[in-house]
Design a protein around this ligand. Structure first.
Ligand SMILES: NC(=O)CC[C@H](N)C(=O)O
Length: 451
């Protein structure tokens, strides 16, 4: 047992004592972090002094521009290809990992400390609860990869009483590759300069750099239907609400509306927020026919977030076209892009997209700025939209379209995530203005009053 002498240890001990009240367990649990055994620059323990408590393997990330980044691997091993995008969120790596909109992508976290709080299995913290109400099967394209800079804590020690598993174990069990000890700042600069790049990540020494480069140059994410790999296969009813700490907005609740949610890779907090606003929800697969939906006479329809290129799913655009104008609809992220296309507009691929927890968005109707959570690579071109469609929100970083409304056709949409909680809840708290879910409920109230 190591002596707990450093400042780090004493802070750790206090936290640990609060939870377990045992001095001996606090010392044991922190023995790895408190070790005074010297570590060399690459994180390897000095020979002969201590046995490394985790295993690492060398990995290579080969980008389509020909650059090769050497790193250490954690999580799963093997070879994967995907689009590399950077995410600037400081917190929420677990939510990011379980967001189906990242299918086909490698997420590079710009925050160097990832894994500190481990992974927690409380279903309320996951976008996708582990025990789902309906079976979801993900195909290979859901296997994203995690790229981070300093992740020593992912292996041995985490600081969170809710932690049930380390990030490394979590990834390994789900066959998700992760790498660390790589200059994420340099890769991010490259992506900012050149735009998102396809990358191949490999722990297989038998594969040559040339082979990996060839793989990255022959694979593409544009034009690929990634939704069919993450959508549910059968309809199901959703009842769970968000927990009490979310109930900060009393507006728009009280009446039960039946909402049908198209699952293009839906994040469960969208469903929870809707349930908290008093909606009864039926979730349907992405290919569910619009005619069946209209027969069910819902009060409203949600088109969810989802991975990939909106132009690769013309069947979804057709479905949206058949539904709009008939019932109130709300599109979120991919749903917003599909609505844009269904109205006759076009979408385009952005240079490196928006992936983070602090994107400022101006609500043009109220003038209010929201700090929002975002995750998208595509955007609607507002100039391509027909007359009558209003751009309601603008991303203040680059002026791109962040929200639409077309009152005549009972339609609203947001390019970002009002259901997310990266810290601020700006997109869901309205004060005097009805926002997001409350606005959608208001659309359904107006429609009911007309009938
Ligand atoms: N979060 C989402 O729905 C992502 C939308 C779309 N796949 C994009 O990357 O733009």
């Amino acid at each position: 047992m190591m002596a707990a002498t450093s400042m780090d240890c004493s802070i750790g001990s206090q936290l640990f004592t609060t939870r377990f009240g045992s001095k001996s367990s606090q010392v044991r649990a922190f023995s790895v972090r408190c070790s005074s055994v010297p570590f060399s620059a690459d994180g390897a323990a000095a020979v002969g002094l201590v046995e490394r408590p985790w295993k690492v393997a060398d990995a290579r990330l080969v980008l389509e521009d020909g650059s090769i980044w050497r790193a250490k691997s954690f999580g799963a091993s093997g070879t994967q290809v995907g689009e590399v995008v950077f995410n600037t969120s400081l917190t929420g790596y677990q939510e990011i990992l379980t967001d189906p909109s990242y299918a086909g992508q490698f997420v590079l976290m710009t925050n160097p400390h990832i894994g500190n709080t481990g992974v927690n299995f409380a279903p309320s913290d996951l976008m996708l609860p582990l025990v789902d109400v309906a079976p979801r099967t993900y195909d290979i394209s859901f296997l994203i990869c995690f790229v981070c800079r300093l992740s020593t804590m992912i292996f041995a020690s985490t600081s969170n009483w809710r932690c049930t598993e380390t990030l490394g174990d979590y990834l390994a069990e789900r066959n998700i590759m992760g790498i660390y000890d790589v200059d994420t700042r340099a890769i991010t600069r490259r992506l900012r300069q050149d735009g998102s790049l396809i990358g191949v990540l490999s722990t297989e020494e038998t594969k040559t750099d040339k082979e990996l480069l060839e793989m990255s140059r022959t694979w593409d994410i544009v034009g690929v239907d990634l939704i069919s790999g993450v959508s549910c296969k059968v309809p199901y009813v959703w009842v769970d609400k968000t927990e009490s700490e979310w109930e900060f907005n009393a507006k728009g609740r009280g009446e039960a509306f039946h909402v049908i949610a198209y699952d293009f890779g839906i994040k469960h907090n969208i469903l929870r927020r809707l349930a908290s606003y008093g909606c009864k929800i039926t979730v349907v697969p992405s290919t569910w026919p619009a005619s069946e939906i209209l027969k069910m006479k819902p009060d409203g329809v949600i088109f969810s977030n989802g991975p990939g290129d909106p132009s690769a799913v013309p069947y979804a655009v057709e479905t949206v076209k058949e539904i709009i104008g008939k019932v109130p609809v709300f599109g979120i992220c991919m749903g917003h892009q599909l609505l844009g296309q269904a109205l006759g507009g076009t979408t385009f691929k952005m240079k490196f997209g928006h992936h983070g927890g602090n994107h400022p968005v101006r609500n043009l109707r109220s003038g209010r700025v929201e700090i929002s959570a975002q995750n998208h690579n595509y955007a609607v071109d507002p100039a391509s939209l027909p007359k009558g469609v209003q751009v309601t929100h603008v991303n203040l970083n680059d002026g791109s379209c962040a929200g639409l409304a077309f009152p005549e056709r009972k339609l609203m949409s947001l390019q970002y995530h009002p259901e997310a909680s990266p810290g601020p809840h700006d997109s869901d708290i309205g004060n005097d203005t009805l926002l997001a879910f409350a606005e959608f409920v208001q659309l359904m109230i107006q429609e009911k009053e007309k009938a």
